[in-house]
Ligand binder design. Structure first.
Ligand SMILES: Nc1ncnc2c1ncn2[C@@H]1O[C@H](COP(=O)(O)OP(=O)(O)OP(=O)(O)O)[C@@H](O)[C@H]1O
Length: 397
């Protein structure tokens, strides 16, 4: 199966780098959006591992070298069997000009894992995600997808047995496209599905991230009130807000829906809160073409999914990440196929709540690996300083 629908929006920083030349940036007229003809040129990064990847595990089974790293002060017991390794970085180096960002990074992402990549700012965490996603290629070292070496970058011409989706830090929604068009973008552009089919999948994806159902109820409530008491509509509104809206969030939803009378699918990103944008980006990352026969496992990569969110909104997103992974089938009524995910984060709540295993990156190297519960008890001075936020220690700012 193709893609990875990552966030279709690619940051200017990424776009400006020559090394992204192999990524497919499709510039196409968005015919499905007749009302927005002015937006006839958009950029989409669609990624899939190369064709020539086969299910031969020979590379993965031979590899065991990352445990030799002298910088790895906390070593995680390795399984002898590497048949469940979906992604592997082997001694990866990456520089930008004179800046040597990654200096020999090796790790494996296994089927079913929830992995966090943490470390100080500028240490190369996002760079690692982009290399895994195929948006950047390493200067040295290799990336293996299901045991097969990936050459170069991902292109949407190429297909393999693993979908890799990247959810960018900024959510990277197209500002001038509605939520529906953002979530269904890849399918509108790259599938033969009808608009109705895509719309249904968009609805399901939004439901999976907790957006659609509440909105639907509120729109129904809104139309009911308008029909029953059109003249007393506004007097009813404050009464409803006080008597039937127990939570602040619900009041906000009620207020917005009663006034705008508009579902979330028809809104523009500018009409969403930061948390809703993150959820929409999440919905976009999990939607896939169900007309294709093969259901392939998928790895989702999240770049600081909770950055800039308040603690409660962070919890919502963290739980969504977990739920999409664990029981996406419950939300969308179909078998979930998110095999594993990787989260780059600075937030302690996200570390505690959303991931099971941690990789600590510092000065371009993995200096610690361990389970989440071991993070705060680590004796590694770098980890201790990072966990405590202490100014004194090996990490200098
Ligand atoms: N395309 C690029 N061109 C030039 N420099 C880059 C590029 N991408 C990343 N960098 C630089 O590489 C370094 C690491 O960036 P990266 O975003 O991977 O760090 P990070 O650990 O994710 O940081 P943060 O936690 O602050 O998001 C930074 O100094 C950044 O400026």
């Amino acid at each position: 199966m193709v893609v990875s629908l990552s966030s279709p929006g690619v940051s200017p920083m990424i776009m400006s780098n020559d090394s992204f030349r192999s990524v497919c940036f499709s510039r196409k007229i968005i015919s499905y959006n007749k009302q927005r003809k002015e937006l006839n040129s958009v950029i989409c990064a669609c990624m899939a591992p190369p064709h020539n990847l086969r299910s031969d595990n020979s590379f993965a089974t031979k590899f065991n070298s990352h445990l030799k790293s002298e910088d790895l002060s906390r070593r995680v017991p390795e399984s002898e069997d590497d048949s469940d390794v979906l992604i592997e970085c082997r001694d990866v180096y990456k520089s930008f000009g004179e800046k040597h960002i990654l200096r020999g990074v090796s790790f494996k992402i296994r089927h079913g894992e929830a992995v966090g990549i943490i470390g100080p700012s500028g240490t190369g965490k996002s760079t690692v995600l982009k290399i895994i996603a195929g948006l950047l290629s390493p200067d040295k070292g290799e990336v293996y997808i299901r045991g097969r070496k990936r050459d170069g970058l991902i292109s949407d011409e190429e297909i393999s047995g693993l979908r890799i989706g990247l959810v960018f830090q900024s959510a990277a929604l197209f500002d001038s496209l509605t939520v529906r068009e953002n979530v269904g973008f890849l399918l509108y552009e790259h599938s033969s599905m009808s608009e109705d089919q895509i719309s249904k999948l968009v609805t399901e994806s939004l439901a999976a991230v907790g957006l659609k159902l509440l909105e639907q109820k509120l729109i129904y409530l809104d139309s009911l009130i308008r029909r029953v008491c059109p003249l007393t509509y506004f007097p009813v509104f404050p009464w409803l807000m006080s008597a039937h809206a127990p939570t602040f969030e619900l009041k906000c939803f009620l207020g917005r829906n009663l006034i705008l009378h508009q579902g979330v699918e028809d809104r523009l990103p500018s009409e969403l809160s930061g948390g809703m944008k993150k959820r929409v980006a999440l919905a976009r990352s999990i939607i896939c073409d169900t007309t294709k026969e093969s259901i392939e496992p998928e790895v989702l990569l999240y770049d600081e999914p909770t950055a800039g969110l308040d603690p409660i909104a962070s919890t919502v997103v963290e739980d969504l990440i977990r739920s999409v992974h664990l029981k996406g089938k419950d939300a969308v009524g179909e078998p979930g196929n998110i095999a594993s995910y990787v989260v780059v984060t600075h937030q302690h709540s996200t570390i505690r709540r959303a991931v099971d295993r941690l990789i600590f990156l510092y000065e371009g190297k993995i200096v610690w690996e361990g389970m989440t519960q071991e993070f705060t008890t680590s004796t590694n001075p770098i980890v201790q300083q990072f966990a405590s936020g202490n100014l004194d220690g090996p990490i200098k700012y």
